[in-house]
Design a protein around this ligand. Structure first.
Ligand code: ANZ
Ligand code: ZN
Length: 626
């Protein structure tokens, strides 16, 4: 209701002197360099729209009464001949020059209205200044109005009103009875436009801009929606803005050897319309770094987005107490290979961090032009299909799961509940399933440690379980690296552990089998390590004596990945008598060997001898016996 949520005071617009980062200087680079990074297209689009680059023209309309040019920004220069009035935003610098009291009254009245509402309100308000501007080609006198549907900080804050082709202008013209002149015909060709009539909208627009440019009355122009970043905050928390004001020398940056400026202790930092730091008089009054005279500190603090714009760079050299970082170290790490965050960061954090990186690169602090080479935006985990929220009382606290089952279960379950890009639906029973799986893996590891000898790896003929191990390595690697599919990666490790448990007894019966069992359990430990770091590393170390994070990521043996099987038909003298399964791509001689070894073949030979074998690869072996 236009009131402060804490104290009920009425909210009013005030002019404040504040610090800005000139992010608009980077508007083009921030759009163009999106091409160089691997981010979701949706996030890139949000950024492009936020910057809102609009290509058009600036055109000059002379106003004799105040002896000034009014410059308008338009994306439709082709409609110049349809302009029947000029509108200035109430905040436009020239408005006060018209000196009409109705205008002053109107300006006061509209200033507090939020921009969003002003731009979209159906009902148009405005006031005539009494002055006219000359149309740059026809010389017609166009009335100059002030209206709040024109915004102060877009384009030039002034427009030419073309009611026949712009809906907002039409609503305005109808409200105030201004003429409507059509200049684009049904077929998209200009009409009523002097020598430009007959040209297409595109050609006509370009020709009009060229003509005005030749006469010094306009030219091509680009406008951006993006505004400079106001980062001054009137609150206690946040980094102090390291500026000192001196009556003689003005604003001084605090010299490097006096950094950082540390927040003073403040008794009461509730808001009182002044920055809380302003009450810390001892801290505020200081000496000027240039003239040593009395000076005062800036009392605003920085927006916390300032910190989140470069914390990841500091992480690269976090113990450096002489500088934010050593450039060589930073260049070794940056850009961040893979960044993860929610889509709610698509604009502010991700735009500011990109801006900081570019500005830092420009002042020689690092090489990279982009902070995050790859971006992944995670989805939301719901419960019973509903968004978790305190008011609904359906929030799952990780703490409860950590206390009951441990952090590994909590992490694994969250990553298992669905593709992280989509999120998923929480199920309380699910955590128990994951806890049981982790316990099973640990039991297999303890079992392997107790009943097998440490070895350099699996020995002997590969069993189905060993193939399963390589299948799991391959699947987890691809799921994580290519698809970010943590849920199916974890499912693969679960499958592997089930397989190990199922074949435990037969594997442990032979030394080769036991080595494969041990290898399987250790590999399951390293594959689950990214999701369940405690259990994963313990398992691995128990079975190998090594620390998993100091080891390379496991590699699948392509030879053992041939998991597809084919059914081979065995014929004896043209009659089908047996079938067996073999890995796809099985060699011809191996196929023949297995067929000759068939028990059914032995039964039917009845003393005869196999004199010939005809092999159809992957399908059939016909044995000829005599
Ligand atoms: C004449 C015209 C004729 C326009 C027409 C549009 C259609 P985008 O595309 O978003 O950049 N405009 C310019 N500055 C403005 C301001 N400060 N406040 C409100 N409106 C403003 O929009 C550019 C168009 O928005 C410009 O082109 C201008 O209206 C209006 F058939 O000029 B146009
Ligand atoms: Zn000074």
């Amino acid at each position: 209701d236009g009131r402060c949520e804490r104290c009920g005071a009425e909210v009013e617009a005030r002019r404040l002197e504040q610090w800005f980062f000139k992010i608009t200087e980077y508007a083009d680079a921030l759009i163009d360099d999106l091409e160089t990074i691997d981010w979701p297209e949706r996030t890139k689009t949000i950024q492009r729209n936020w910057i809102g680059r609009s290509t058009g023209a600036e055109l000059r309309f002379r106003c004799d009464e105040i002896d000034e040019d009014i410059v308008v920004f338009t994306t439709r220069a082709d409609t110049l001949y349809g302009a029947t009035f000029i509108v200035l935003a109430p905040e436009h610098a020239l408005v006060e020059r018209f000196g009409a009291s109705e205008v002053d009254e109107y300006v006061k009245h509209t200033a507090a209205r939020p921009a969003e509402e002003r731009a979209t309100a159906e009902e148009k308000t405005g006031v005539f200044t009494g002055a006219y501007a000359r149309h740059p080609t026809t010389g017609d006198r166009l009335p100059i109005w002030v209206a709040d549907y024109v915004l102060p900080d877009y384009g030039t804050g002034a427009i030419m009103g073309v009611p026949a082709h712009d809906e907002r202008d039409l609503a305005f013209a109808q409200t105030f009875d201004l003429p409507v002149v059509e200049v684009v015909g049904e077929d998209g060709v200009l009409v009523n436009s002097a020598e430009f009539s007959g040209l297409s909208v595109e050609e006509g627009g370009q020709a009009i801009v060229r003509k005005l440019a030749d006469e010094g009355r306009g030219g091509a122009a680009v406008s951006y929606r993006l505004r400079d970043w106001s980062f001054s905050r009137q609150r206690y928390w946040g980094c102090p803005i390291p500026i000192v004001y001196c009556e003689k020398c003005g604003a001084n940056a605090v010299p490097d050897d006096q950094l950082p400026v540390v927040l003073p202790d403040v008794e009461d930092y509730a808001p009182k319309g002044l920055s809380p730091l302003a009450t810390a008089e001892d801290w505020v009054s200081t000496t000027c770094p240039s003239c040593d005279g009395p000076a005062r500190r800036e009392t605003d603090t920085m927006d916390t987005f300032v910190d989140s714009s470069w914390y990841f760079m500091r992480y690269c050299d976090a113990r450096n107490d002489a500088a934010p970082w050593d450039r060589e170290i930073l260049d070794g790490w940056m850009p961040v290979d893979q960044y993860i965050g929610g889509v709610e960061h698509a604009i502010l954090h991700l735009m500011y961090a990109r801006f900081f990186t570019k500005a830092f690169a420009d002042i020689g602090l690092l090489d990279a032009q982009e902070p995050f080479a790859r971006l992944f935006t995670q989805g939301m985990v719901t419960r019973d299909g509903a968004k978790m929220s305190k008011s609904k009382g359906n929030v799952v606290s990780p703490r409860d799961i950590v206390e009951q089952h441990g952090a590994d279960t909590a992490r694994c379950y969250i990553l298992y509940v669905g593709h992280p890009a989509e999120g998923g639906d929480w199920n309380d029973k699910g955590t128990e399933g994951i806890a049981r799986f982790l316990a099973r893996l640990w039991r297999a590891a303890v079992d392997a440690a107790a009943s097998t000898e440490p070895s350099d790896g699996p020995t002997g003929e590969p069993t189905g379980v060993l193939r399963k191990v390589h299948w799991a390595i391959d699947k987890v690697t691809a799921d994580l690296g290519e698809r970010f599919a943590t849920h199916t990666a974890i499912a693969a490790v679960i499958e592997l552990v089930n397989e190990l448990t199922k074949h435990r007894d037969e594997l442990l019966a032979t030394p080769d089998g036991a080595s494969q069992y041990r290898f399987g359990a250790a590999t399951a430990g390293s594959l689950i390590f990214p999701f369940a770091p405690h259990l994963g590393s313990e398992t691995y170390e128990l079975l190998t004596g090594r620390r998993v994070w100091e080891e390379p990521w496991p590699e699948a043996d392509p030879a053992l990945l041939e998991t597809d099987t084919v059914t081979i038909v065995v014929q004896l003298n043209g009659k089908v008598i047996d079938r067996f399964d073999a890995p796809a791509g099985i060699a011809d001689d191996e196929q023949e060997r297995l067929a000759r070894g068939s028990e059914r073949v032995a039964e039917r030979l009845d003393g005869r001898e196999i004199v010939k074998a005809i092999v159809v690869p992957g399908r059939l072996v016909n044995l000829v016996a005599r």
